[in-house]
Design a binder for this molecule. Structure first.
Ligand code: HSE
Length: 437
């Protein structure tokens, strides 16, 4: 048996404690699966955690001291945040130590420089846990699909958002109530606006896109839109059209560049993707040789994320973790490498318009859409959901368009909102039919 791999864990929140538990409880099995045992060598813990027992493992209050400890071969960064985490990872790599991180915000912001440093130092920087929790999606892209040109990646990659939309759709629970539960269960980010505004998913998508298309992480600028405008009525209307509303992250290569976007989207209810409920994540990848593939599993939570962290540690113990995955794939992209602006996106749309219930309003709506060359796929006017504004009855007009350029849909929405008969803002949700992918 080779010398054990000394592990220093920095950050002992939900994920860090789950990693420690997994290593302690499954140590025998893990030892049989690799030539080197995994040995807890140090903890970085700014202050005591009630209920966490470090045992005989040394505890440092200064995280950087973990990276300097000669018994530590690999630094596991689970602190979150970007500034202190960056300093820790840089020091660890500079010290010639491997790093395992679950920190998608850190890699999305500083990944190019950190991977370059890892390559220069000849040490691995592993990040399986940073995307889609327990689903081994980095491994799938980097290894299992290595023979493919990747055409597109579509994911539900924020468990909190999926949990919220699932509960709102099924149980009709209020948004704030479901979010509080996601926080209590340890799914949500320290700042939950990262979850509900699509920022966390955008970080993860930038990492997937970099790996999938061979572009620098910095170039993978992701458009993101949050969940806050979706109402309980929209779930009902979407269902009437045969769709569910899911938190979609999409990276698609087009001739002009990359479509990189995170937003709530209507997806056909019959697709497997639409069945992915609660905190579960799903990632679909389309490769030119393999066709579409789908990966589903727990995308957040301590144990699921610990599973991915320990998988990286096992790769290190086996000597199979390589220094710099994204850079190795560079310059493979065909077509443009730059992220396209949202006006260049092309997809069908769901529009909800609240308008006066008077003759001719529907004709005005249809005229505006037709003047932008937007074809209507389906339309409903929900009289039972009408509201009263003084003497005036207002009614939601809900429609699906065929695929159109987003610039045309933007112009149509501006014109619709300018109609005297239309009240308030028009809600636009994008539709992902998948069949066209
Ligand atoms: N807040 C994240 C989520 C945790 O809900 O998916 C996992 O990255």
């Amino acid at each position: 048996m080779d010398k054990p791999l000394g592990i220093g864990i920095c950050g002992l929140g939900t994920v860090g404690q789950a990693v420690v538990r997994l290593l302690r409880e499954e140590g025998d099995i893990l030892a049989r699966r690799a030539p080197r045992a995994l040995k807890l060598a140090a903890f970085g813990l700014r202050r005591d955690k009630p209920g966490f027992d470090p045992g005989a493992v040394p505890v440092y209050r200064d995280m950087l001291a973990v990276a300097r400890d000669p018994n530590v071969d690999v630094v596991v960064e689970l602190m979150g945040g970007t500034d202190d985490a960056k300093a820790l990872v840089e020091l660890a790599l500079t010290e010639g130590k491997a790093v395992v991180t679950a920190n998608k915000a850190l890699l999305s912001e500083h990944g190019d420089a950190l991977f370059a440093l890892a390559t220069q130092q000849g040490v691995p920087l592993a990040y399986e846990a940073s995307v889609a929790g327990g689903i081994p999606i980095i491994k799938a892209l980097r290894e299992g699909l290595a023979g493919n040109r990747i055409e597109w990646v579509a994911g539900i990659i924020n468990g909190t958002s999926n949990f919220i939309l699932t509960e709102m759709a099924g149980a009709g629970r209020p948004f704030a109530d479901v979010l509080a539960e996601a926080q209590r269960l340890g799914y949500a980010e320290a700042d939950p606006t990262f979850d509900v505004e699509g920022i966390d998913a955008a970080h993860k998508l930038s990492l997937l896109a970099s790996l999938a298309f061979g572009v620098p992480i910095a170039s993978a600028k992701v458009f993101s839109e949050g969940l806050s405008r979706v109402t309980p009525d929209d779930f009902r209307y979407a269902e009437a059209f045969g769709y569910r509303i899911k938190p979609l992250a999409l990276a698609r290569r087009r001739n002009a560049g990359l479509e990189l976007r995170v937003h709530p989207a209507l997806v056909p209810e019959k697709t497997l993707f639409a069945q992915v409920q609660g905190v579960q994540n799903a990632v679909m990848i389309g490769g030119h040789a393999v066709g579409p593939t789908l990966y589903v599993g727990a995308g957040a939570g301590g144990d699921a994320t610990a599973s991915a962290v320990v998988a990286d540690l096992m790769d290190l113990a086996r000597g199979t973790q390589h220094a710099m995955p994204p850079l190795a794939y560079r310059k493979e992209a065909q077509g443009g490498e730059a992220a396209l602006p949202s006006t260049a996106f092309h997809s069908p749309a769901y529009l909800r318009i609240v308008a006066e219930d008077t003759p001719g309003v529907l004709a005005q709506v249809a005229t505006i859409l037709s003047s932008e060359g937007i074809n209507i796929e389906a339309l409903m006017q929900k009289a039972q959901d009408s509201t009263q504004e003084g003497e005036t009855t207002c009614v939601p007009i809900v429609l699906l368009t065929r695929a159109a350029d987003e610039a045309a849909i933007d112009r149509a929405i501006t014109a619709l909102e300018a109609l005297p008969a239309v009240r308030g803002a028009v809600l636009r949700l994008r539709v992902e039919p998948f069949a066209a992918s």
